[in-house]
Design a protein around this ligand. Structure first.
Ligand code: NOJ
Length: 741
């Protein structure tokens, strides 16, 4: 034990020595740098070949790198291409290396499921591993920095970017945010398998009015602190290196120039020592917001408010030197921003070796690692959510004679990557296992596979119906793969209508008439609305977009080689009119008991107010029973803990995993509290008949909230405990008292 403390002490001492050393090196550099060179460090350009936003071509890019006028580039990838730009930076007077950033959102060469899909796994170690693999591949390709994780809480499925986050819940979202940062950054920055993570978009972007991308956000400070900020705080706790602010204004101030968010909260209260990058051109966009008179005004406002690096606006490049010379921006503020960026360049080891991440051999090895595909397959299978399996059509037998695999998603490959997949020149689409190939590999020689496309994703072309129906009639089971196109969700992909597009639902109605057992696969980047299918089809599997291993993972689920364990990280509405719909809403003064309780109640007259599928919902091929709830006490004080335990039994026929969920409700308080809030979960694997005692520990932190003075407190009173298989499927209930100290 003593030895352990001594080792820890030595480690801390050497760390702080290294930190001191770095700060001294930065001091020395800052003293030598001209103001122009300092401003150069705050400037970031995209590579013209792969823009991820509205591109403005700057023909002088390479010249400016040699003049030390650029600190970072985005969208450059590949050990050779990054080396080429780094060589230019090494020709500059100060020889400060460039940082290369990229949106590595769900995998690099091997694409993992969409982040929202991964969130459905509730499997934190695996989510961390997925980010670790993405980092390993990206870092081997010269990338230092990923613009991920996106940790925006998203309660509006019309917003196209819900695919990029962890869904609607703050507790789950914070845990996933932490895991993703750990995965990307590994043991420490500077390891050649680590990239810097970037918590984005700070903050409130997910609450854009009407779910329309880039739109305004207006929310109370309590909502901000309690619901939207915690996942960002979790990334700081995980040691995240960078933050990105967001396109939206928050309560009238664009996030890019919001000093309360960036200076007071992030760099002040949370003591964040990394740097903040703007979003693409968001500094200049403050002119359109009506918050900045012109680009010069925008540059001053952004920097003074704490935005360190300018992505693609050129506002810093064009005006910061002038602003400092005119005395409108203190040079010390510029110095602080430069220091933060240089610190990360030191931590990455780029001053020791600017080409550290440009190793072609390492790239070759990392991009051809079969282990990565294996993990992607597991992650993909665990991301799938079984929504219905009423007649136990699934899992399918491997002895079926004829299977029809029908639909517009069956054969295309690239779709399976979903939005925000890295467009690598090195990768051709044969790397993706299509859904058809997955099934083909799974079934034995004696099973005949039939195919028909049937219909398109959009439009009303019914010419393929007949062939598909004929194919269906010849088969024992029909599997139909439908959904939204991979690029119908993502940035700038908001939809006012999130019903299943085109005539896909009508197509299923026609197939149903064949009387064959039908399995529906729904591919999407968001919760979709498909009420007829949900009400009439017995077997529905929500696959999201699953990445490179989509085909294999889907086949694993269909034939029971993996028993589905995914649970929805977002509420599925019945209709757009209910949105925003989320499980942890406040109670009104007129709550309805159920969908029939409508008279003078907070409901709609034309629609139940309950969701179609609830947060936390997802089925398995087996069943789980929850029994024997025990509390260590029915009282606790704020300085004490209380433990809750129960027995979970696999009461079905298959080995399976259950995500057990703990919800709490503070019955009344000095401010209204949500009807329930997720406060714990565990993913538990059990063999048929096996039992396990599950324990959750309650402490004061879990009972606390922000009061109307924005103080983080708990209040004595009764708390309801709800334990279940989803936010609606509560199996065990009890309560306890929080006593005054
Ligand atoms: C704009 C997006 O909002 C952001 O998330 C992304 O990282 C940048 N473009 C760079 O591609």
């Amino acid at each position: 034990m003593k030895k352990c403390f001594i080792t820890l002490g030595l480690l801390l001492a050497s760390l702080s020595y290294a930190q001191k050393n770095t700060e001294q090196k930065i001091d020395a550099l800052l003293q030598k740098m001209t103001l122009e060179e300092k401003v150069g460090q705050l400037n970031q350009y995209t590579n013209d070949a792969n823009p991820t936003g509205p591109l403005v071509i700057n023909p002088n890019k390479e010249k400016e790198i040699k003049e030390g006028k650029l600190g970072s580039m985005l969208n450059v990838m590949g050990a050779d291409r990054t080396r080429k730009y780094q060589e230019l930076a090494m020709q500059s007077r100060m020889k400060i290396p460039l940082l290369f950033g990229l949106d590595v959102i769900h995998g690099y060469k091997i694409t993992f499921p969409l982040p929202l899909a991964e969130a459905a796994s509730w499997d934190l170690p695996l989510i961390e591993q997925s980010a670790r693999i993405a980092a390993t591949e990206a870092a081997a390709s010269g990338v230092h920095w990923t613009f991920a994780p996106m940790v925006d809480i998203a309660r509006d499925p019309r917003w196209g970017r819900v695919m990029e986050g962890a869904g609607e819940d703050t507790f789950l979202g914070s845990k996933i945010a932490y895991a993703r940062v750990k995965g990307f950054q590994g043991n420490q920055l500077g390891d050649v398998t680590s990239v810097m993570a970037c918590a984005k978009h700070f903050v409130g972007y997910g609450a854009a009015v009407g779910g329309r991308d880039y739109n305004s956000v207006d929310m109370s400070n309590r909502m901000l602190w309690e619901t939207y900020l915690p996942p960002f705080k979790a990334t700081v706790d995980a040691g995240v290196a960078t933050f990105m602010n967001s396109f939206n204004d928050l309560n009238g101030i664009p996030a890019t120039a919001n000093a309360y968010l960036q200076r007071d909260i992030l760099k002040g209260k949370w003591k964040f020592d990394g740097f903040i990058v703007s979003d693409w051109s968001s500094i200049n966009e403050m002119i359109a917001h009506g918050y900045a008179k012109d680009s010069k005004d925008a540059a001053a406002k952004a920097l003074l408010a704490g935005n360190d690096m300018d992505m693609e606006s050129s506002a810093y490049r064009n005006y910061l030197v002038e602003l400092v010379r005119e005395g409108k921006v203190p040079e010390t503020v510029v110095d602080d921003a430069v220091r933060r960026i240089l610190r990360k360049k030191f931590e990455l080891g780029l001053f020791d070796n600017p080409y550290k991440y440009c190793d072609l051999k390492r790239q070759e090895k990392a991009l051809n690692n079969l282990e990565h595909a294996k993990v992607a397959r597991e992650m993909a299978a665990k991301s799938i959510v079984l929504l219905k399996n009423e007649q136990n059509i699934l899992p399918l037998s491997k002895d079926l004679k004829t299977i029809a695999f029908i639909g517009p998603m069956v054969k295309p490959k690239r779709n399976n990557h979903g939005f925000w997949a890295v467009d690598l020149k090195e990768v051709d689409s044969s790397y993706i296992v299509s859904q058809w190939e997955g099934l083909e590999r799974k079934v034995g020689k004696n099973t005949k596979l039939l195919y028909a496309k049937g219909c398109d994703i959009e439009g009303n072309n019914r010419s393929g119906f007949e062939e598909a129906i004929a194919v269906a009639k010849q088969s024992d089971v029909v599997i139909v793969s439908i959904g939204e196109r991979h690029d119908m969700s993502g940035e700038a992909k908001s939809r006012s209508n999130i019903h299943l597009p085109g005539i896909q639902e009508e197509f299923i109605q026609e197939l149903q008439k064949t009387g064959k057992p039908i399995v529906i696969l729904i591919n999407a980047g968001r919760p979709l609305i498909f009420n007829w299918i949900a009400d009439n089809m017995p077997t529905i599997v929500y696959t999201w977009w699953l990445g490179s291993e989509a085909g294999n993972a889907i086949a694993d689920i269909l034939f029971g080689d993996y028993n589905p364990s995914g649970k929805l990280p977002m509420t599925f509405p019945r209709d757009e009119g209910q949105i925003p719909l989320y499980y942890n809403h406040f109670s009104t003064g007129r709550p309805s008991k159920d969908d029939n309780d409508v008279v003078y109640k907070s409901t709609y007259i034309d629609l139940p107010s309950s969701p179609k599928f609830a947060f936390g919902y997802g089925l398995s091929y087996t069943t789980f029973s929850y029994t024997d709830l025990k509390l260590s006490s029915d009282k606790m004080k704020s300085n004490e803990q209380l433990s809750i335990s129960f027995t979970l039994t696999n009461s079905g026929k298959y080995m399976g995993e259950e995500v057990v969920q703990l919800y709490l409700k503070d019955r009344f308080g000095s401010v209204v509290r949500p009807v329930k809030e997720l406060k714990g979960f565990q993913k538990v694997k059990l063999n048929p008949g096996e039992q396990k005692t599950i324990t959750f520990t309650i402490d004061n932190e879990l009972l606390s909230f922000y009061n109307d003075q924005l103080q983080w407190i708990s209040e004595p009173g009764t708390f309801d405990i709800m334990i279940g298989s989803s936010s609606q499927d509560i199996r065990l209930q009890s309560s306890f008292e929080l006593m005054p100290n």
